[in-house]
Design a protein around this ligand. Structure first.
Ligand SMILES: Cc1cc2nc3c(=O)[nH]c(=O)nc-3n(C[C@H](O)[C@H](O)[C@H](O)COP(=O)(O)O)c2cc1C
Length: 197
């Protein structure tokens, strides 16, 4: 790649990193990160995005709720997996619970657009976290698809879609190199079908 602006080079260097520790972004940085979230494209200005901040001292309590809710929902969590999950989360300094307020019969904004706007907000968060020198990791583990977990976070299951957590903090180790796909292999140029003469 030639002459890449610094801002784009920074963006292209983003990687998800699961293993993070303190410090988390401070209050000012967290606000900046959330400012990026609310710049997501938003048809009809629904402002459906919602975020639940779970600070380090409260993550163990949420982990208990998530493990119990997952088991109650029929998910098998072996002791080894539980141990690993608890060890990972015991280091994470901040979880951001991610939800959006769903409008089931909005004539102008179908549900897919509401979902996409939430995805865009989460992506903006991930980029802002990275640009501030932190790392994060989007997980839909931790009982994301149980009503209990989302309701414990304050998101009534009738009104909100819960789409998981971002684990945010300072990366424990440098990111491993990754080979990204050539985007041109995913892209084509459309041309109109020639009209027969
Ligand atoms: C909605 C969503 C949910 C995800 N949930 C998980 C998850 O539960 N466990 C997991 O290992 N990766 C999960 N991932 C993938 C990671 O967050 C991450 O994107 C992936 O490891 C690729 O890393 P990269 O962002 O550096 O390309 C999820 C991604 C998305 C978009």
């Amino acid at each position: 790649m030639t002459t890449l602006p610094d801002s784009l080079a920074d963006l292209l260097s983003r990687r998800s990193q699961k293993m993070v520790r303190a410090p988390a972004p401070d209050a000012t940085q967290l606000r900046q990160i959330l400012e990026a979230a609310v710049r997501a494209p938003d048809h009809s200005s629904l402002r459906a995005w919602r975020f639940a901040l779970v600070e380090q001292q409260d993550i163990a309590a949420l982990t208990d709720i998530a493990i119990e809710a997952s088991r109650r929902s029929g998910m098998q969590i072996k002791p080894e997996k539980e141990k690993n999950m608890r060890a990972w989360l015991s280091q994470v300094p901040l979880l951001i619970g991610l939800a959006y307020k769903i409008q089931h019969d909005n004539d102008r904004v179908p549900e897919i657009e509401q979902t996409l706007s939430m995805g865009a907000a989460v992506m903006n968060i991930q980029n802002a976290v990275h640009l501030l020198g932190f790392s994060c990791y989007w997980s839909t583990g931790l009982g994301t698809y149980t009503d209990e977990v989302q309701e414990a976070l304050g998101f009534d299951a009738l009104d909100y879609r819960f789409v998981g957590f971002l684990a945010v903090g300072t990366p424990i180790s440098p990111p491993e190199p990754v080979q990204r796909i050539d985007p041109m292999t995913l892209t084509h140029v459309w041309k109109p079908t020639p009209v027969p003469q």
